[in-house]
Design a protein around this ligand. Structure first.
Ligand code: SAH
Length: 324
């Protein structure tokens, strides 16, 4: 089955990156010049592993229940945070790396594969899901991993449940253990780089991530990007740490972005938010909502829900590597 026949992207192309930005503008996801500019400046192609689609996004409306850090999710978060990413400000990106399967792996579905997936009984037939993954040509899973992966299969299935024929989507939910075992681990640092460009050399953009390999590859990606000089100057940094604790050294932050779903609002992150600052954070387990947390000047907090989302969990390193 030729599910990848319609691949229409190439890596490292500025034009393609511009095309993606235009696409997101057309669909109303990018609303401001500021966000368009930064997404044009930071070439997404530098932040994805070889062979994955950097410049494609789903034309489905945002808020469909499988949004993760696909391009439109990045754009949404940048739009929500843009007033808090002014030159000279401090920004924190928690969970700054990405699992390959999470945000940067887009694909086209053939109608027949989609029908099979929608009819798939995950309870009795986990293995099939992984066959389809292999057909999608994105993953090299070991057969002995299969029985440990029921929950991921479930997420895959629920992701596909509302898929439409021409959809280009994004996967999540593969712990880095699997990626590491298949040799396709990739970190990003994409949003951290965008933040760094927005806050500029007088500001600080800090990424925190708890998987060492992801920190390392994020840094490599950043060094190849338009944010490289900010890295050299030290106004952009990525640290290996438990992001639930934030990064107190450069607090308080005008903007905090959390790229993984927390069970509830992490107090250390709220504490590290500056009065007048804003945090964007997915909260929940199976059902997750993207919360926008504003800290008022008097220190009180207001929270609203932007949209339904699905992210990988903000959890301990051990739990993540075990796929819990
Ligand atoms: N911000 C990325 C998304 C990353 S996926 C992007 O926009 O593409 C979520 C990331 O959160 C993963 O890299 C995962 O390793 C990380 N993560 C999960 N729990 C964490 C924790 N407690 N501390 C730091 N990073 C965490």
């Amino acid at each position: 089955m030729n599910v990848l026949a319609k691949r229409s992207w190439t890596r490292g192309s500025i034009d393609k990156n511009k095309g993606l930005v235009e696409h997101l503008q057309q669909y109303g996801v990018i609303k401001s010049k500021k966000v368009a500019e930064v997404m044009e400046t930071i070439d997404r192609g530098l932040f994805v592993p070889n062979g994955t689609a950097a410049y494609v996004d789903s034309p489905m409306p945002i808020g469909y229940n499988a949004t993760i850090s696909a391009p439109h999710m990045h754009a949404t978060c940048l739009e929500l945070l843009k007033e808090h990413l002014q030159p000279g400000m401090h920004a924190l990106d928690v969970g700054s790396g990405a699992l390959l399967a999470h945000s940067h792996c887009s694909f086209h579905l053939s109608p027949s594969l989609l029908m099979k997936i929608q009819a798939w009984d995950v309870e009795t037939d986990v293995e099939h899901g992984f066959m389809w993954f292999r057909e999608l040509d994105q993953f090299a899973l070991e057969p002995d991993e299969l029985d440990q992966n029921q929950w991921k299969a479930n997420m895959l299935r629920s992701f596909f449940a509302d898929a439409s024929f021409d959809m280009v989507g994004s996967f999540l939910c593969f712990p880095s253990r699997l990626l590491a075992s298949s040799g396709i681990l990739a970190g990003t640092g994409y949003l951290t780089a965008c933040f760094a460009v927005m806050v500029g050399p007088q500001g600080h953009a800090v990424g925190v991530e708890h998987i060492p390999e992801i920190v390392a590859s994020s840094i490599e990606n950043i060094k190849k990007s338009a944010a490289a000089d900010l890295w050299e100057r030290g106004s952009l940094s990525v640290h290996l740490t438990d992001g639930r604790l934030g990064w107190p050294e450069l607090a308080p932050y005008d903007a905090i972005h959390v790229g993984a779903a927390a069970p509830d609002l992490p107090q250390p992150l709220i504490q590290q938010l500056k009065p007048g600052g804003r945090m964007v954070i997915p909260v929940g387990k199976i059902f997750q909502e993207l919360k926008v947390v504003d800290k008022k000047l008097d220190g009180s907090i207001s929270v609203y829900t932007e949209t339904a989302v699905r992210y990988v969990p903000l959890t301990s390193r051990t739990a993540q590597l075990q796929g819990d």
